[in-house]
Design a protein around this ligand. Structure first.
Ligand code: GLA
Ligand code: ZN
Length: 676
């Protein structure tokens, strides 16, 4: 379980930055935190300049006082290493720490999350600071985890990165011949004869901006390699700090706060080096409840623990969106319950007290500028805190029982979106959402899995836009279907290998399992569509229409217009005891709903239960205990009928026999123990 096996309470709290305040304020904060039932603070996230004022001086005196105070007040600590923003003096003395953008612009000091991951200075001082902190604070048994840096991300295109990139290529490919092959450099005569001829793919070399301002590439192979290399470089910084902390506190779990479907970092690879996953959830006002849940499910799925910590969420409002809408009364509680439903073992906020200056001064906090507890937000935070205490850890260690999985792969995501053609409208996340939302709306639990995961645990596996098929994956999919599984993939799948090189006739190594040959792909501009009929209903075909031939599969639907009218658009191939489906186009919400309802029915995948539109039902199961979360994401009251004997988890244990109805207010939610 996140934060360690022995933990029996639900941790509740968040980022606390007392270094921005005088000490009288600290005492008041302690009082207010108790009132809000807060039991954990994340400390020291941005204090590097304060604790290392120069090269050889470390000054922990103020942090010591903070640590003493929080320990005296019974608070647990998630201890950050402060390396998310380097000090000004370091940038002045060691310019290699500054990042360079893709257009060659070298940064000056400023902002945060801005250190070059291949800077010798950054690597040296960040790991040293992490080690000093762990050595100094190892005696505090209220430190329940280490939080390395903060929201790692971004890219650097500096000369140190260029040198390191060549080394990374040597390591991965061994010889220049292999690099030339992988990048297909015989195209446009880009052959390399010396390692030093290889330069970074950026706006000065292989990259350019298209009409919409997006950065695109002329050589996918090298650009894809650079994505991998940068994700690995940043991971190396995390690992250096992690190992430094482990020298002194080997038993304390280490994490860093991730960001859900964040494209630049291959979190499936990162999770292997994290003791538990933690992530920051900041849905934008137009995100659907399914979109929030999807990120939680991904974060749960990248780690074997099957759970995570909600490291940050705003209690009320953000500051960085164009319009920062308030969370409506009840919404913060609802989103916290939703996180718990999808695997969160702890609920935390950014932040406890609002700053008075700089860009986050209008970001929501538990304690706002008025410094009072009689605010709507404080009351909601305190009331959720009391509820969490009442639930007494009921869902901790619970797992989500999913029979359906969506296969995602970061490297595939990079490759799909670097592709020059067939369509700029082809977005990996859109394809993932098409399938996820339809399952979510039917209360079908979903796991996100990667190419290395075991497929045999599932009845249905969906791999949207599986453009890149890595070695062995085709065999795994075949076996899964042969053993009775239902496999679904989409247009533009199976085309390339792990280096983004086309493997032959499409869909490459998936051809046999899918029983089709895709001859061409027709990209339809925005607003244009083809169509197809399924069970008497008409659905649109948009974005990309694959033109294919049957080679063993059965055509389930056919295009209705254009020169390929009458040719297959959706096919199903019998493979051993199972089926493998190809959906050769992008359709609409209604299609995905109808299609997946049918797929689930045929595969014997049952929804958790029936609920009215806008109400989510999700289960976490721990041995014999099943905890049901009923969440009303709509802004109006809703009635739900319970299919099993249930009792409320709030300590009242009020029981509701099967068939009882319950009322959920606008943005309301309840959690029950139930007998399935
Ligand atoms: C991120 C960061 C925090 C803070 C919040 C504001 O999640 O980790 O430090 O900047 O955003 O929303
Ligand atoms: Zn760099």
């Amino acid at each position: 379980m996140a934060y360690g096996k022995q933990v029996t309470e639900i941790y509740y709290g968040g980022d606390y930055n007392p270094e921005q305040w005088s000490e009288e304020v600290w005492e008041e904060d302690m009082r207010l935190m108790k009132k809000a039932h807060i039991n954990l603070v994340t400390l020291n996230v941005f204090s590097w300049a304060a604790i290392q004022p120069s090269e050889d001086v470390y000054d922990f005196e103020r942090l010591d006082r903070i640590m003493e105070l929080v320990r005296k007040n019974g608070l647990k600590v998630c201890m950050a290493t402060s390396t998310g923003a380097h000090p000004a003096w370091m940038a002045k003395r060691h310019q290699d720490i500054l990042r360079t953008d893709s257009d060659g612009m070298r940064h000056k000091f400023g902002g945060r999350h801005n250190s070059c991951p291949n800077s010798p200075t950054y690597r040296h001082y960040s790991a040293k600071l992490a080690e000093k902190l762990a050595e100094h604070y190892r005696g505090y048994d209220n430190i329940v985890a280490w939080h390395i840096a903060n929201e790692y991300g971004g890219r650097c295109y500096c000369e140190n990165c260029e040198k390191a990139f060549r080394e990374w290529l040597k390591e991965r490919y061994g010889t220049l011949e292999a690099v030339n092959r992988a990048f297909n450099t015989s195209f446009w005569g880009h052959t390399f004869y010396d390692w030093d001829e290889i330069v970074i793919p950026d706006l000065r070399s292989e990259h350019f901006r298209d009409g919409s301002g997006s950065e695109r590439t002329m050589f996918q192979g090298i650009s894809l390699a650079y994505e991998r290399f940068q994700s690995d470089s940043i991971l190396a910084c995390y690992r250096l700090e992690r190992d430094a902390v482990k020298k002194w506190m080997p038993d304390t779990p280490v994490t860093t706060n991730l960001m859900g479907f964040y494209k630049p970092l291959d979190y499936q690879k990162w999770a292997k080096y994290m003791d538990f996953v933690s992530w920051d959830s900041y849905p934008s006002p137009d995100d659907l409840p399914a979109d929030c849940a999807m990120n939680h499910d991904l974060m749960r799925g990248i780690h074997d623990q099957d759970s995570f910590v909600l490291m940050e969420q705003t209690p009320s409002v953000t500051n960085w969106q164009p319009y920062n809408r308030l969370k409506r009364p009840g919404q913060m509680r609802l989103l916290s319950l939703q996180a718990a439903a999808h695997g969160a073992d702890a609920i935390q906020f950014f932040q406890i007290r609002r700053s008075i200056g700089a860009c986050e001064k209008y970001h929501g906090a538990v304690i706002d500028h008025a410094g009072r507890s009689d605010t709507r937000v404080f009351r909601e935070v305190a009331s959720l805190g009391a509820e969490l205490e009442g639930w007494n850890g009921v869902f901790l260690n619970g797992r989500t029982p999913s029979e359906t999985a969506i296969l995602v792969d970061w490297e595939n995501w990079w490759a799909v979106e670097y592709s020059a053609g067939p369509s700029v409208l082809m977005k990996y996340m859109d394809a993932v959402k098409d399938y996820y939302r339809a399952l979510f709306d039917q209360n079908v639990p979903v796991d996100f899995i990667g190419v290395d995961d075991d497929l045999s645990r599932y009845k249905v596996v969906i791999a949207p836009l599986l453009y890149m098929v890595k070695p062995g994956l085709d065999q795994k999919i075949k076996k899964f279907a042969e053993n009775g599984g239902t496999f679904i993939t989409t247009y533009f799948s199976g085309l390339v290998d792990q280096d983004d090189l086309v493997v032959g006739a499409y869909p490459g190594k998936l051809s046999g399992t899918l029983g089709i040959w895709v001859e061409e792909n027709d990209a339809l501009p925005e607003g244009e569509e083809n169509s197809f009929l399924w069970n008497g209903k008409r659905y649109p075909a948009r974005v990309l229409c694959d033109l294919m031939h049957l080679e063993g599969a059965e055509a389930i639907c056919r295009y209705e217009s254009d020169f390929y009218s009458g040719t297959p658009v959706i096919t199903c191939n019998k493979v051993g005891k199972g089926n493998s489906w190809y959906v050769g186009t992008r359709s609409d919400e209604t299609f995905y709903r109808d299609f997946l309802e049918r797929i689930c029915e045929d595969a014997g995948v049952k929804p958790v239960m029936e609920t009215p539109e806008g109400v989510e039902a999700t289960i976490r199961r721990n041995g014999q205990t099943s905890v049901l979360f009923l969440l009303n994401h709509s802004g109006r009251e809703q009635t739900v009928c319970l299919p099993w004997d249930c009792c409320l988890c709030d300590g009242s244990c009020e029981s509701y026999p099967a068939g009882s109805t319950i009322q959920l207010g606008a943005y309301g939610g309840e959690i029950f123990k139930c007998q399935l």
